[in-house]
Design a protein around this ligand. Structure first.
Ligand code: HEM
Ligand SMILES: *[C@@H]1O[C@H](CO)[C@@H](O)[C@H](O)[C@H]1NC(C)=O
Ligand SMILES: *[C@H]1O[C@@H](CO)[C@H](O)[C@@H](O)[C@@H]1NC(C)=O
Length: 240
């Protein structure tokens, strides 16, 4: 380790300490990061960070940038059936799917990811008929066909900064922003779960707060790396 400059050494030992902790932990559970990153859970709780599907691509500065690969975004290409199969292969059921997508109770989307639904849905239909007819003109004025595609719109209309079940009520009202979100309502296999989060009478209600925690822990335990098999990144989008 002749060329190990101090900064690198510090990072190396930090990583070593973290991977040791991982090996001991053998899986994710509430409190898992309480020693190594005391605030991790409250940070995750308060930001509910967006899930990204990533592929490595080359960069000239030596880092590997992890660019978004929209072809792997289920909402862009996959049917609900395929999506459910992918979840099932990882031990996650249809309720987990509906629950995890509820992560869209927080945050925004850029117009470019959904404005095709407003004027250019498919070869025979201009606007996606699953969009509420009063909501459609609002969306069209916020996201004009030729306007700035990077402009952002709340995924949970009227409640984009609050972690609550209103995302599901919005789906029930045709106020989903992403086609894949709105499909949770139009698809017969996922609709009952949306209804249960909405608290519709006659169906056993589900608490979004409780179910979200359970499904997140389930998802976090998929393919957990132990020992030296994983890495904890300081910058999630780059291998430094
Ligand atoms: C079914 C799979 C999912 C699809 C297709 C999907 C798709 C998307 C898309 C297209 C956006 C907008 C991105 C942008 O415009 O920058 C987004 C944002 C977001 N997603 Fe998802 N997502 C999925 C699952 C999830 C899950 C499981 C969570 C969390 C548990 C989540 C949390 C978020 C958050 C918080 C944002 C907002 C980010 C921001 O405001 O910058 N998503 N998602
Ligand atoms: C276009 O979308 C409409 C509404 O969802 C649907 O009924 C129709 O089959 C679609 N057409 C094509 C060509 O995909
Ligand atoms: C839905 O929420 C209301 C209240 O916050 C806003 O005024 C609307 O602009 C918003 N509509 C869309 C399409 O985001």
């Amino acid at each position: 380790m002749k060329s190990c400059i101090p900064k690198i050494c510090i990072i190396f030992f930090l990583l070593l300490a973290m991977t040791t902790t991982l090996a001991l932990g053998q899986g994710t559970r509430a409190g898992f990061y309480s020693r190594t990153c005391a605030r991790a859970e409250s940070i995750v709780q308060s930001t509910t960070g967006g899930v990204t599907w990533v592929v490595p691509t080359g960069r000239r500065d030596g880092r590997v940038s992890l660019a978004s690969d929209t072809s792997s975004l289920p909402g862009f290409t996959d049917s609900m059936e395929v999506q459910k199969q992918k979840f099932a292969a990882k031990g996650l059921n249809t309720q987990d799917l509906v629950t995890l997508v509820g992560g869209h109770t927080i945050g925004t989307s850029a117009c470019q990811f959904f404005r095709y639904r407003l004027n250019n849905f498919n070869s025979t239909t201009a606007a996606d008929p699953s969009i509420n007819s009063a909501f459609l003109p609002q969306l069209q004025s916020l996201c004009p066909a030729t306007g700035d595609g990077t402009k952002r719109v709340g995924l949970d209309n009227g409640s984009e900064n609050k972690f609550d079940a209103s995302f599901y009520s919005n789906l029930g009202n045709g106020r989903g922003i992403l086609e894949s979100d709105q499909k949770l309502w139009t698809d017969a296999s996922t609709k009952p779960f949306v209804q249960r989060f909405m608290g519709i009478r006659g169906l056993a209600g589900l608490s979004f707060n409780i179910e979200f925690g359970k499904s997140m822990v389930k998802m976090s335990n998929i393919g957990v790396k132990t020992g030296t098999n994983g890495e904890i990144r300081k910058v999630c989008s780059a291998i430094i």
